[in-house]
Write a protein of this length. Structure first.
Length: 193
């Protein structure tokens, strides 16, 4: 889901000086997927995934040729409540084992503004693949300002979508616990070596 955002940057017509498609690697330390859902009408419950891997191929001359692929471990989920995380990993939901991944691979990019795009792609979660659309904003495409990555071209993107848990076989307790899950993605990616 996280390289997804970088692809949006590619699609927004950002003005990096790349003559050919350029590869960007996701910075897992500054990338996350945050999800939230209604719990019984009483509260909005939030969690996140981390541990991303992936890449974006950025084609400045033809953003439609850009692509993004990303993966993250199911068991990287963090909700702030260990018992809830264990329940999500149980047979009621993911039935997760070490090594199970969530993946996103872009299938198309539609530029919608100077710094916005719709990135369509295949999201695979819980052994189910569905097409999803990410509303994406390019926050920055610029040299990293300091530290070990100083001067390295870097992309920063935010994206959002809404998923139905039931589409991925994760609909336990719906509709009391909302089937709809709001997803907010924020990522950084650095030009690959």
């Amino acid at each position: 889901m996280k390289h997804i955002l970088l692809a949006a940057a590619l699609a927004t017509g950002a003005t990096a000086a790349f003559a050919a498609p350029a590869k960007f690697a996701l910075d897992a330390s500054h990338s996350q997927v945050v999800f939230s859902y209604d719990h019984l009408g009483f509260s909005t419950t939030t969690g996140m995934f981390s541990g991303f891997e992936g890449e974006i191929m950025f084609d400045e001359a033809n953003p439609a040729n850009s692509s993004v692929s990303v993966s993250m471990p199911v068991m990287s989920m963090f909700t702030g409540w260990e018992a809830r995380e264990q329940h999500f990993m149980s047979g009621d939901f993911f039935g997760a084992a070490e090594g199970d991944m969530i993946t996103f691979t872009s299938t198309g990019i539609e530029v919608t503004g100077d710094n916005t795009a719709l990135i369509t792609g295949d999201l695979t979660m819980n052994d189910v693949t569905k097409s999803v659309v990410l509303e994406t904003t390019l926050n920055a495409l610029a040299p990293y300002p300091f530290g070990p990555n100083q001067g390295k071209p870097t992309l920063g993107l935010d994206a959002s979508t809404t998923l139905l848990r039931s589409d991925f076989g994760l609909g336990a307790f719906a509709p009391a616990v909302s089937d709809e899950v709001a997803v907010q993605i924020s990522i950084e990616a650095l030009a690959a070596e």
